[in-house]
Design a protein around this ligand. Structure first.
Ligand code: ZN
Length: 323
């Protein structure tokens, strides 16, 4: 595959908005802009009414200063994406209201969406994430203590919004993996699935929960590998989680991103990368064998992730739950 502008590889980021405030993310975005890396920042349009949310304190488009900041990011060329209506579960009506709010403030609709972990309106989530019975059962077995049912694709539920999702979003994130080069995970980085008819196109990403995992994933060796393998990395992370301390970007992150930016990579937002893959006819319906491999690899990576989790220093976010 030839990349635009004779680039050797693709690198971009999908920033899940959990625990983000203008204060704890702006030094990250200032630096990304400075080094010419345009990425994707997701938002919640609405606050939630629950004071005991694990994510209470995160800012939403209902905060005028945050909304202004997000508009400025958009003008600079960053993509603004959707992370659900709010930090907690939302009914169909609230989801619709959130999409309207997004459009009113930003002046356009979001193109890409990623589920926020525990929200009940998530689509094809929990055991519904899997198409094969063996993985549904395995998932249930491993998560039997949690209340793990999701309703976004269930027409009978008040949380149903599958039809709205199909109409609004070009791209929905599904599985995430440990590998920096998604081409080594699957040739179906972007795909559609007959089992998930409410999603136009699914995409997979690499994953780094917080600053420590992010720095490990983009270490010099991995950057080198991504470049020599002519790979593609769409990296899901949370810029709210430890990237900024005392208003300064983590020094190692700064150094690694700077190093990466000097390589011959294509650094554009997630939807631009996915548009490019779509134009290369890389959105074909996934075949059963490749889908099986995606689901199996997700389990293998999840187990691996359990043993290699990295904690980060929660200095600036006293409101974060210790859970
Ligand atoms: Zn989230």
């Amino acid at each position: 595959m030839k990349y635009p502008d004779n680039k050797n590889f693709i690198f971009t980021i999908f920033d899940d908005t959990d625990v983000a405030t203008v204060g704890n993310i702006s030094p990250v975005y200032d630096f990304l802009h400075e080094i010419g890396m345009l990425t994707t920042k997701s938002v919640w349009p609405l606050h939630c009414s629950q004071n005991d949310s694990d994510f209470a304190g995160s800012q939403t488009l209902e905060d005028p200063s945050y909304a202004d900041y997000i508009k400025k990011l958009s003008v600079k060329g960053f993509e603004i994406a959707f992370h659900g209506a709010s930090m907690e579960t939302s009914s169909r009506g609230i989801t619709l209201k959130a999409l309207k709010k997004f459009n009113k403030i930003m002046g356009f609709s979001p193109k890409s969406y990623a589920c926020h972990a525990g929200n009940k309106e998530n689509l094809y989530w929990g055991e519904d994430r899997f198409s094969f019975l063996i993985f549904k059962k395995l998932y249930k077995l491993l998560n039997n203590k949690k209340n793990e049912t999701y309703y976004g694709n269930n027409k009978k539920s008040k949380y149903f919004w599958g039809d709205i999702c199909y109409d609004h979003f070009d791209y929905v994130r599904t599985f995430t993996y440990n590998n920096i080069n998604l081409k080594k995970v699957s040739k179906n980085i972007l795909y559609s699935s007959l089992q998930q008819p409410y999603i136009k196109s699914c995409f997979i990403t690499s994953d780094a929960d917080n600053v420590e995992e992010f720095n490990r994933l983009i270490c010099t060796e991995n950057q080198q590998r991504l470049e020599t393998q002519r790979g593609i990395c769409i990296l899901s992370t949370h810029f709210g989680k430890g990237f900024v301390k005392n208003n300064v970007l983590h020094s190692q992150t700064r150094q690694l991103l700077e190093q990466l930016s000097k390589r011959n990579g294509w650094f554009v937002p997630v939807s631009n990368v996915l548009d490019f893959l779509k134009d290369q006819n890389k959105r074909e319906p996934i075949n059963q064998r490749n889908l099986f491999a995606l689901e199996l690899k997700w389990f293998l990576h999840s187990v691996q992730r359990k043993f290699t989790k990295k904690k980060y220093e929660k200095t600036e976010l006293e409101y974060l739950s210790e859970k």
